[in-house]
Structures are given as structure tokens and as C-alpha cells.
Design a protein around this ligand. Structure first.
Ligand code: XCC
Ligand code: SF4
Length: 503
């Protein structure tokens, strides 16, 4: 590599995560800190104890996740020049949940004021404001509801209306979808407005190959069968193939490392979302359908021209896997029938990120569990199943990007209704074995608010914080019939799930 400044993800991982931060015993919410609680009964300079610090960290994480997902929906609204929908949560959520959330004071402010709930969460967690960990965790549940309806549901619905519903079909994934014989354009991020236009425009050019990365990629795969090259941990590898003429970035999960890396190759990086600029990267603003189309054309021309500048390239031809993709809430009836006939014990949604810190083999564990359970999957985890050939459309169902987790929630809602149960009493589990982004934690709190048990496989803020852990397991259970729990060992989760009692 010419540019020896670049250190790859694997090398950078040698920097160990801070053990105090891992247990959420670090606070930097004011400038008397950062305070690190090393011993039992330690408190911060202001006197905040471990539970308060941990709960505040959770609230801030969920608020950030909810801000990202609702921001995504909001950008779609701006882009389409449409109005924010009225009484959205009331129209989408089951009545019994609206009643429960109302009783518990968890009903988010509707209309644009939900942004106030997010900013209030940041306010409440600044130094010297809220120091009641139970109240803070309730706030996290409320933010989860906002994340789910005004983020996941709304973004998915607007995208479906604009770009169409997914279709069950064959798709291909992994790095081998990058075609040496063609001009390759990678689209990376989460908000597919430009990517959709690039896919459309590219059809006019015989030799242009559009490939997806991360959730923009997952949504294009689900809707149009566009090949998906990589999830979050393979984004650098996409450029390192030496075969990418342009990588167009929209927003979220884009590693700043791509800038230095792309300098080692001929790849042009382009940012397109005004919130997601990166210094040293050309910015082409996409604000509506017209600008999306113009930028798409420009990018395609740029890529075609740039192809002559390819230098060294890797042969990735053998890294290509077929998958069945494009599922949505329309499979709920089938899953209900399978449950009724006792062909499956339940449905597990394996969702979220792929954190390179997690080295356990979760995929094999879910493969074993798929004898008893139908597995729905989204986001970067879906790619992991795909890569090893498990996305067969029989036991494993690819349901799209992370905002498309609203499809998982819809499937759960419909199946529970047909079982004449509440979601909290139906055999569902959401599992995020490898969370990386704050968004993933927000999604977990959303499902917990729906009554679905949520498993995380990586030390997030619930580790070793007994009162916070107790709340997430028992207080949630009392009100919602759900719990949020940590299990880092796949074998132990397997044993627990084999005889799992869903209630
Ligand atoms: Fe990002 Fe969505 Fe997580 Fe992957 S799964 S690391 S959020 S790309 Ni959404
Ligand atoms: Fe430390 Fe309290 Fe400031 Fe947090 S808010 S950094 S615990 S003094």
C-alpha cells in the first residue's frame, strides 16, 4: 500500500475498549469529569452512583439512536416535500399498547414535538438534572417507542411508497458482486434517496454495476435485488478490492477511515447528505428528487471516466453467494400457520450490527436453533447469514435494512393477533448478538416496549449494574411482559432457548 498512514480495521481493533466504559461506569457529562468508577460504591465527583451513570448513558445512547432513525424519516419527508403524518403512533400501534403506554406516561409527544422528547432526554442526563435511574430508564423506553414508530415505521413506509415494496426473489451478496469487467459504483449508508436514483440511471448504461454497502445496500437488495457487497465491517474491503470507481455515501455507519484508504486507490468518495460531510471529501448535495437524479447522472459519468485509472485490483470472483431475499409482513400468515401446526416453536429476529469486537460464533448457534424457530433477519446480521449461504427463504428470512425492523414488528403484531395474544405473550424474541451502533440499542428498547424479549450479545450498559439490570429484566417484565438481557455466550443462550418459556 502506497500510503503507509493507513491502518486497517483489524489493526485498529488492537486498541482495547476501555474496561470501565464497557461496564458503563464512566461519565463525561460534565467537565468535572470524566469520572471513572473503579470500585464498588464509588461515585462521581458530583455524587452520581453507578446506576445513575449507567442509566444516563443508556438514555443518551437510545436518544442518539432515535435521533438517527427519526432523522432518516425526516429526511425522507423533506426530500419528498410531503407533510409529517398526523397521529402516526395512534394509527400504527395496537390499542392495548397505546393504553398501557398512556397509563405509564410513555406516550411520546406526537407531531414534530417528539424531537423535544429527544432533546429533553439529553437535558435530563446533563450534570445535576435527573438522578433517578428508574425514571431515566423509563425515558429510554419512551425513546424506544419514538425510534420504532417515528423512525423505523415512518422511514420504511415512506420508502415503500416512493420506491416500492420488496419482492421475494434471488439475490447475490458478498464482495464477489463487484465485477472486474464493469464500472463499479458502491452506494453506502442508510438513506437510499440518491442510491435509488443511481440504480435507475445505471440501467441506461450497459457496463455500470451498482453494488450496495450497509443498510442502503440492504434496502436496495430487498426492494430491487441489487447485489449487496458488504456489511459494516467489510466497508474498507470494498475499496481495497481496487475495483470501485466511486463510492457514494449518504449517512450513518460510514467509517472516516475510508478517506485515507481511498487515497491509496483510484476510488472517488462523494458525500451527499448535508449532515454527513467528511473533510477532504467532495460533497454533492442531494435535497430532492431532481437533485438526486442530477447527482446520480454526474456520479455515473464520473465513475465511467475513472475506470481507466484503476491500478492494482484483487480477484474477488469466488466470494459470491446466492440468497433468497425480499420478505416483509406478508410472511406473517405463513409463520402463524407454522406455529399453529407446531412446526416451529417461535420466531426469532436476529437483528442489528456486526461488531468486530464480538468473536463468538452466533451464526452456527442460530443455525442449530433454526430447527425449532423461524429466523427473521435484518441489517448487518442478515449479511452474515447470507455470506454462509443460510438465507434460504425457508427457515431464514431476509427482511431488509435496520429501519425495516418495522417489518419485523408488523410480523410480530399480525402473528400475535392471529394467535389472539398480545405480543408480550407470543413466542417471539429479538436478538442483537453483535451491537455496534447506538441505533441498535434504540431498536432493542422499541421491541421491549412492544412486549418482546430482547437479547444483546455484547457488553452494553447493562453489565454488572445490578439495579439497572434488575429494572431491565424485572420492571419491564411487570409492565410489558418483556425483558432486556445480556448473554455473551452463544451456547448458553442456545440452552436457554431450547426450553424457552415465552411469557
Ligand atoms: Fe450500521 Fe445499518 Fe448496525 Fe450495520 S446494522 S452497523 S447500524 S449498518 Ni443497521
Ligand atoms: Fe463526573 Fe458527575 Fe460530571 Fe458525570 S456529571 S462527569 S459523574 S461529576
Amino acid at each position: 500500500m502506497k500510503n503507509n498512514k493507513f491502518r486497517g480495521l483489524k489493526e485498529r481493533l488492537a486498541m482495547q475498549p476501555c474496561p470501565i466504559g464497557c461496564e458503563s461506569k464512566c461519565c463525561k457529562n460534565c467537565l468535572m469529569g470524566p469520572c471513572r468508577l473503579m470500585n464498588k460504591n464509588d461515585v462521581g465527583v458530583c455524587g452520581a452512583n453507578a446506576d445513575v451513570i449507567s442509566a444516563r448513558n443508556i438514555v443518551r445512547t437510545v436518544a442518539a439512536g432515535a435521533a438517527a432513525h427519526t432523522g432518516h424519516a425526516e429526511h425522507m419527508i423533506d426530500f419528498l416535500k410531503t407533510k409529517f403524518p398526523d397521529r402516526y403512533i395512534e394509527r400504527k400501534a395496537p390499542k392495548y399498547l397505546l393504553k398501557l403506554w398512556g397509563q405509564l406516561g410513555l406516550m411520546p409527544r406526537i407531531k414534530h414535538e417528539h424531537f423535544r422528547d429527544i432533546s429533553e432526554a439529553l437535558h435530563a442526563t446533563t450534570m445535576g438534572v435527573n438522578a433517578d435511574y428508574q425514571d431515566l430508564l423509563k425515558m429510554a423506553v419512551k425513546l424506544g417507542i419514538i425510534d420504532g414508530y417515528l423512525g423505523l415505521y415512518l422511514a420504511t413506509e415512506l420508502e415503500d411508497k416512493t420506491y416500492g415494496k420488496p419482492k421475494v426473489r434471488k439475490g447475490i451478496l458478498d464482495l464477489g458482486v463487484i465485477d472486474e469487467k464493469k464500472t463499479n459504483i458502491a452506494v453506502h449508508g442508510h438513506e437510499p434517496m440518491l442510491a435509488e436514483e443511481i440504480v435507475k440511471e445505471a440501467k441506461k448504461h450497459k457496463n455500470v454495476n451498482v453494488i450496495g454497502v450497509c443498510c442502503t445496500g440492504a434496502s436496495l437488495l430487498a426492494r430491487h435485488g441489487v447485489p449487496l457487497a458488504a456489511n459494516v465491517i467489510l466497508q474498507e474491503d470494498v475499496i481495497a478490492t481496487g475495483l470501485i470507481e466511486v463510492m457514494a455515501i449518504d449517512s450513518q455507519c460510514v467509517m472516516p477511515s475510508l478517506v485515507v484508504l481511498s487515497e491509496c486507490y483510484h476510488t472517488h468518495l462523494i458525500t451527499t447528505n448535508s449532515l454527513s460531510k467528511i473533510s477532504g471529501v467532495v460533497h454533492m448535495p442531494v435535497t430532492d428528487r431532481k437533485s438526486a437524479q442530477l447527482v446520480a447522472e454526474k456520479i455515473i459519468q464520473m465513475a465511467i471516466k475513472n475506470r481507466d485509472k484503476r491500478k492494482k485490483a484483487l480477484n474477488v470472483d469466488d466470494r459470491k453467494v446466492n440468497a433468497v431475499i425480499g420478505f416483509d409482513e406478508r410472511i406473517a400468515d405463513k409463520l402463524y400457520e407454522q406455529l399453529r401446526r407446531k412446526e416451529i416453536k417461535g420466531t426469532i429476529a436476529v437483528i442489528g450490527c456486526r461488531n468486530p469486537r464480538v468473536t463468538e460464533d452466533w451464526i452456527s448457534m442460530y443455525k442449530k436453533l433454526s430447527k425449532d424457530y423461524a429466523i427473521l433477519t435484518t441489517g448487518c446480521m442478515a449479511f452474515e447469514f447470507g455470506r454462509v449461504g443460510l438465507l434460504d427463504g425457508k427457515r431464514f428470512f431476509h427482511v431488509g435494512s435496520c429501519v425495516n425492523n418495522s417489518r419485523v414488528a408488523e410480523i410480530f403484531r399480525i402473528v400475535a393477533k392471529r394467535l389472539e395474544k398480545k405480543m408480550g405473550d407470543a413466542p417471539f424474541l429479538v436478538s442483537a448478538p453483535s451491537p455496534l451502533a447506538e441505533k441498535c440499542v434504540a431498536i432493542g428498547f422499541f421491541f421491549a416496549a412492544l412486549g418482546v424479549d430482547v437479547h444483546f450479545g455484547y457488553p452494553m450498559m447493562i453489565k454488572s449494574n445490578s439495579d439497572v439490570e434488575h429494572f431491565l429484566q424485572n420492571v419491564l417484565k411487570k409492565h410489558f411482559h418483556s425483558r432486556i438481557f445480556l448473554e455473551e455466550n452463544p451456547e448458553r443462550l442456545y440452552r436457554a432457548l431450547r426450553n424457552y418459556k415465552f411469557d
